[in-house]
Ligand binder design. Sequence first.
Ligand code: LMR
Length: 350
Amino acid sequence: MRTFFYIGLFIITGIATAYFVGFQSQTGFTSEYDDDQEKLKDAIVIKVSHVVSENTPKGKAIRRFKALVEKNTKGKVKVEIYPNGSLYSDISEWNALKNNNVQMIIPATSKVSAYVPEYSVFDLPFAFNSYKDVQRAFEGNIGDILLKKVEKQENVKGITFWYNGFKQITNSQRPLIRPVDFNRLHFRTMPGEVIKDQYQRMGAAVSHLPFNKTYENLEVGFIDGQENTISNIYSKKLYDHQSYLTVSNHSYLGYVVLMNEDFWGDLPEEYRVEIEEAMNQTTEWIRRHSIEINDDHMRELKRNTDLEVHILLNSEKEKWMKKLAPLYEEYEDEIGKEIMKEIYKRNGRP
Ligand code: LMR
């Protein structure tokens, strides 16, 4: 009799537990319910590919943009970010955009110069001598010309320009102070004929390696050095196998924000307005904060590395410029008379 009682109790407890657990999970009282994927089904998704770390001006700006877009459209437009070249490398992202595999990329202007040569204006040594100069270019006539030019490329919509910083040079061999110090060194640079020509005129060789292959090529000593902004050098530890840093500010690394044109054209008007508003706010943010992020990273570099830092003096810069001045005339036709006129107006002819 007692045995029956215990068996009965066991069965009833089992049924009650099963019912209770089932009921709880159905109503979602005990486990957190994640509706992210469900919303995704109905949402418009902007996939963004970029190659830098998340703690850089571009990495931080794109996350701000995402937050603003998703808030302003109440989640109807989602932004999916793929940083560090995790989806496409800097070499493949251009075609990925054109094929609508991603809807937005933010390449450095130098990388776009492979398709639109006018973009190499930012690679001309010492063409921009202050952040104000760069802002005037991005927001003025030069920026307008460049956005129109990039839109001649099939399925590419030029949105705006984003800021990072001036480029500096590291290497493992010796301090780079005079042009002759570059002799026989090998550097990783971004693509761009002006950049290559610049190093060759100083007696160095150049390999256009993808950004995310720079560290390993410095590590194995395939290259002696590289040029980049301080935020990229710091965040990717490009200083690890280097001994010298020259703060040369020789040219500016900024970005052009590009969208897939068909995708942009198909967006409902109300979302386009919200995206534009989010973009304006983010552009304003990166303009104000890019300098401070690079300055912070410079302080970290000085504090945490053994790099020997040389800040190029004006008298030394003049010697570099003497060597590099012929580049201006050489690339005048490619960059275009109208853009060059703006540069000469500001700086005079070198
Ligand atoms: C580089 O390749 O060095 C840079 O373009 C990376 C970036 O996007 O800032």
